[in-house]
Design a protein. Structure first.
Length: 688
């Protein structure tokens, strides 16, 4: 029997409607041939439906955006808004290949390829495509052999017909393959990976520093709004959004504006020049006719929160628009001497430059300023809409814009310039008088030291300083100690409100004994003989009681040897409403030997009225400086006993006194020490 060929047959059909029968199970033809016979038989398998599908991925739409800028609007920003371009955000690297064409993604047709290659052939007998498995010969011996069926025809068909070849669009994002365009021979292109989430921008991507809040931004909470602008990158597929999109920023914080100011200001206490006996240390001393200083610091304690004090003083200089001081009296500011260009009238707010050099400045107190006050300081925030909302020391309340502080001061007078201007002893005539027998003064005086009240050198020799003692005489070098019984004249100056009718100078002398060689200094009481009350009085003690108070002393201001300038007398008489001649020649009491009391009749007004600032009353200035004239002497017959020695008791026990008693101190000198005090309004118990 001749081997038979086997042909698959499946009842070929057109499965996809393209006009070609592409589903063919195959068939076999067997040729029988036994002995001398042969036959051919075609065998067909059962029909088999072949399925070939494909899949691939394309980019339907693709847009990539990158942040470009941020715009924030808030009243606390310059111009009300700020636009910040992105900084340091990298542009992603994108590789994109896209096609809408199926052939770009489905690269073959398995059936067509099988037909073209001859793997599938059309069998007209069965009217379908078949796969020819070839011919096989079967020997039948003496009988016709049976033809076997085709086995595993499905597997044969599946192996014979290939799959579709496909590929995706290509998308690579920052080196990461999202969609792979490698050709797949399985008919199924690989599924894409997920597009990575956007990373959070670094903290300085949208950062602007040095932004200054406008000076006109009021304190309070200012709401914000903002947008972020994104720019689309060039690699796109079917974009649906514009090239730039703006997205509102939410949430976005508000801004709390609270411009800090502090008022660490005050008047420096001129302690070293304060001559008051019982000073009020709760007030800073300002001395009339002297320079002083004020401090206006911009550094002080504010809120103990971040950006403010934080447990330490903060400097508010850059937040301060102005710092001001107001004196309730006339003052010169920014100078240590009278200067009309620096004069500031009372109750005038004066602005002090914010430069650090002006944190402490000079002031000068005119002589005509009376009594105690409070000096006002204030520092004003740059954004202050007005000056009505204020707070002590610092504007801790957000609704306030002005920090204030008051500095209590004592405006106090001065007493200085004590000098001896004449001695009645003829021995001294050529020292104080221009020529013998005349009243013209040489200008020589004896002062308390060579420096004046401001510490400046007077330009005099040490010879003309107190005390006057042996060797003080300007002509006779070995002479100088004053003789008892001779009056010496003096004057002194006060500054302040000592121009009232009941204002006085009180001078209490104290006495000390020293030996001729200057040793053995001790305090003593003086006793004297002198005629008064119509009789000679013996052993009268210089004390504030007893017979001494029956021996008052008198003085005439206009004595030609006192050399009071005529202008002083006439000006003072005019202000006091007195007749000048009467004022000049009036014999007025000046106290006693234990206490000199100078009154308005020994006082002239000497304030400097030259070149006064506009609006200042000249008479008020004239009155503000007073010169007081006085005189004193130690009686001719004088005795010195140790202080506290009971001379009267000694006399009672010893049948009186002769002046030759052993306790009297002799062969030495009496030093006179004046305690000079100002008396206001006749109150001798409350010394100024």
């Amino acid at each position: 029997m001749t081997p038979a060929r086997v042909h698959k047959y499946s009842g070929c059909v057109d499965s996809d409607g393209d006009g070609e029968k592409d589903s063919c199970p195959g068939h076999d033809t067997w040729v029988s041939n036994w002995v001398d016979m042969s036959d051919t038989v075609v065998v067909y398998s059962e029909p088999y439906t072949l399925t070939r599908g494909y899949s691939y991925w394309t980019v339907d739409a693709f847009e990539a955006f990158i942040p470009e800028k941020v715009t924030v609007e808030n009243a606390a920003l310059p111009g009300g808004k700020v636009t910040i371009p992105q900084n340091g955000i990298p542009v992603p690297e994108i590789t994109l290949s896209h096609s809408n064409s199926i052939p770009a993604h489905v690269l073959n047709n398995p059936i067509s390829d099988a037909i073209e290659s001859g793997t599938l052939v059309y069998d007209h007998t069965v009217g379908s495509y078949v796969i020819d498995l070839g011919t096989e010969h079967i020997n039948g011996s003496t009988s016709r052999p049976s033809v076997p069926d085709i086995k595993n025809h499905d597997k044969i068909i599946e192996r014979a017909i290939p799959q579709y070849h496909t590929k995706n669009d290509l998308l690579i994002f920052n080196g990461m393959t999202i969609m792979d365009d490698t050709v797949s021979t399985s008919g199924k292109a690989p599924e894409p990976s997920a597009v990575p989430e956007s990373v959070i921008c670094h903290e300085n991507a949208f950062y602007a520093k040095g932004l200054t809040i406008p000076d006109n931004t009021l304190n309070g909470v200012h709401e914000s709004k903002g947008t972020i602008t994104y720019r689309r990158l060039a690699e796109t597929v079917n974009p649906k959004r514009p090239e730039k999109i703006e997205i509102p920023i939410s949430p976005i914080n508000s801004v709390r504006v609270h411009t800090p100011v502090v008022c660490s200001s005050g008047v420096l206490d001129d302690v070293k020049n304060d001559q008051t006996l019982n000073p009020d240390r709760s007030r800073s001393a300002l001395v009339l006719g002297r320079p002083s200083r004020i401090r206006i610091f911009t550094v002080g304690n504010h809120l103990n929160i971040k950006g403010y004090s934080e447990n330490r003083p903060m400097d508010c200089r850059k937040y301060t628009r102005d710092r001001q001081v107001r004196f309730p009296f006339d003052v010169y500011i920014g100078t240590d001497k009278p200067d009309n260009s620096r004069f500031v009238p009372a109750n005038t707010w004066y602005s002090i430059p914010l430069d650090e050099a002006y944190d402490e400045i000079n002031i000068y107190i005119p002589t005509w300023v009376p009594k105690d006050y409070e000096v006002e300081f204030r520092q004003i925030a740059v954004n202050a809409p007005d000056l009505n909302t204020k707070e002590y020391l610092a504007n801790l309340n957000i609704n306030n814009y002005v920090a204030v502080r008051n500095s209590p001061v004592r405006v106090i007078g001065r007493i200085y310039g004590f000098r001896v201007t004449g001695i009645a002893d003829k021995l001294w005539e050529n020292v104080f008088r221009k020529s013998k027998g005349t009243s013209g003064h040489t200008g020589n005086c004896y002062y308390v030291g060579t420096r004046d009240e401001e510490g400046k050198d007077r330009g005099i020799s040490h010879l003309f300083t107190l005390p006057i003692l042996e060797g003080s005489h300007a002509v006779y070098k070995n002479r100088g100690a004053l003789k008892t019984g001779y009056t010496f004249r003096f004057d002194l100056t006060t500054v302040g409100c000592y121009y009232g009718d009941n204002d006085h100078i009180s001078i209490i002398p104290e006495f000390y004994y020293v030996r001729k060689d200057g040793t053995g200094r001790q305090k003593v009481d003086l006793w004297y003989h002198e005629e008064f009350s119509g009789k000679m009085n013996y052993f009268v003690k210089i004390e504030p009681t007893g017979r001494n108070r029956d021996n008052p002393k008198f003085m005439k201001l206009g004595d030609i040897y006192r050399n009071v300038p005529e202008e002083e007398i006439t000006n003072t008489a005019r202000i006091l409403g007195l007749n000048a001649d009467m004022f000049r020649n009036r014999l007025s009491p000046i106290g006693w030997l234990d206490r000199i009391v100078l009154s308005k009749y020994q006082r002239t007004f000497t304030g400097n009225t030259e070149n006064l600032p506009p609006g200042v009353n000249a008479d008020r200035v004239l009155q503000s400086v007073q010169r007081w004239y006085g005189e004193y002497y130690i009686p001719n017959d004088v005795y010195a006993a140790p202080a506290g020695f009971d001379v009267a008791e000694y006399g009672r026990k010893n049948n009186g006194l002769t002046g030759r008693e052993s306790f009297w101190l002799k062969d030495g000198y009496i030093i006179v020490n004046f305690r000079i005090e100002t008396i206001k309004n006749g109150d001798f118990d409350s010394l100024c």
